[in-house]
Design a protein around this ligand. Sequence first.
Ligand code: FAD
Ligand code: NAD
Ligand code: ISD
Length: 426
Amino acid sequence: MGRAFVYVILGGGVAAGYAALEFTKKGVSHGELCIISEESVAPYERPALSKGFLLPEAPARLPAFHTCVGANEERLTPKWYKEHGIELILGTRVKSADVRRKTLLTVAGETISYKFLIIATGARALRLEEFGVSGSDAENVCYLRDLADATRLADVMQTSTGGNAVVIGGGYIGMEVAASLVINKINVSMVFPEPHCMGRLFTPKIASYYEEFYQSKGVNFVKGTVLSSFIFDSEGKVTGVNLKDGSNLPADLVVVGIGIRPNTSLFEGQLTLEKGGIKVNSRLQTSNSSVYAVGDVASFPVKIFGESRRLEHVDAARKSARHAVAAIMEPDTTSEFDYLPFFYSRVFSFSWQFYGDNLGEPIYFGDFSGPSFGAYWVHKGHLVGSFLEGGSKEEYEAIAKVTRLKPAIGDLGELERQGLGFVVAL
Ligand code: FAD
Ligand code: NAD
Ligand code: ISD
């Protein structure tokens, strides 16, 4: 049993949706393209799951956040795919791939062949079991990667109002879900090993701004330790957590956000890997010329840094997907992917954006007791990264534009004095 397509997108997440839109813009014909996804719904904007989806009132629900609304583009509903002759093969896990034969084998036993493959398999959430702690399957222990996880989390949250939640991990999921839990009137303790939250991006000074606000909302930070075991009741429900520092915390609900692993396993031994992902060139092409990789799973050359990176953010997924499609459909006129890393988050009424790299010395500006402040990172005499909380559209555009230019900085004190004025003036 088998089907053949010219173009196959493996994975039905953010990158898949943006790739599909780009294929239609480049004139793909009906019946040429399919998306194979383990998920049972058409591609959607994953960022909504830790934000709008968890609101107590008028929460976001599909079809409202199908791609590509996150980039103010058309909303690609199942009807849209049908109208454009794009086959959505949903609820279907691919269990093996043969890049030499150009085939994928699904769990149901179907062979799907392609001329061009775009790997958009994203990543999976790391499990506590991988750190030697068992109990992730308990009914009130939640992870957050896909719609099924978010639906379960929202259900458990509803039955935990007024109770206690323990959030394991102080990264993006930890911070965004903790804010949602507070908004849902649940008491929150956050447990993570680092000395401050968002250790991959924030400096201690930036982190303390957000931590102080979370504390004012009742959040209890337990830093420098990790979970050692769960405490269960007689029915297998978690009632608390034991920590490595010897303390324990009560829990009606546990949310785990301890990082991800890219879904590369189908291609290990067949394609070149790098930095935990699938290595691609500046056309998003893997070591096999018929196979492209985009989004969280791809390690691609970031020209501005002069090295390859694997980025786990939605803007990179959207743009790498579009670029790969352009490289496939218009190979002669598509230039190399020249991407400026962009990360953002929204929690409570905060909203920040970051561009570039957080390397070198941070130079702070603005009012750290007020609604808008930021930082530049200066490395080897050049501005390489910019962070801004509470900026206007124009200010965010300005920090992005200037960061891309990597301007030489002779006088750090002058940069500090000019603050946001430095980028607005350029
Ligand atoms: P994904 O969107 O993860 O899609 C991968 C798809 O592949 C899934 O549909 C999966 O089921 C499918 N798949 C995997 N293996 C197989 C297989 N073998 N067979 C079939 N299908 C398969 N980034 C930001 O920049 N800002 C945010 O605010 C933000 N919020 C986020 C909130 C949450 C809750 C999460 C989980 C992530 C968030 N991110 C955010 C990160 C962002 O969503 C990811 O970077 C982005 O989704 C990556 O897109 P992708 O298409 O590469 O992978
Ligand atoms: P993360 O890498 O942002 O943070 C992981 C956190 O878990 C860190 O604080 C880390 O120290 C901690 N940790 C690691 N091992 C631990 C352990 N054994 N016990 C306790 N803590 C441990 O990952 P995440 O928060 O899980 O997010 C998952 C993915 O979703 C990431 O790719 C992230 O970029 C993405 N995401 C992005 C956004 C955004 O960009 N706004 C929002 C949500 C999710
Ligand atoms: O939080 C988000 C986000 O960043 C998106 O792209 O939600 C989505 C869409 O905006 C949902 O409408």
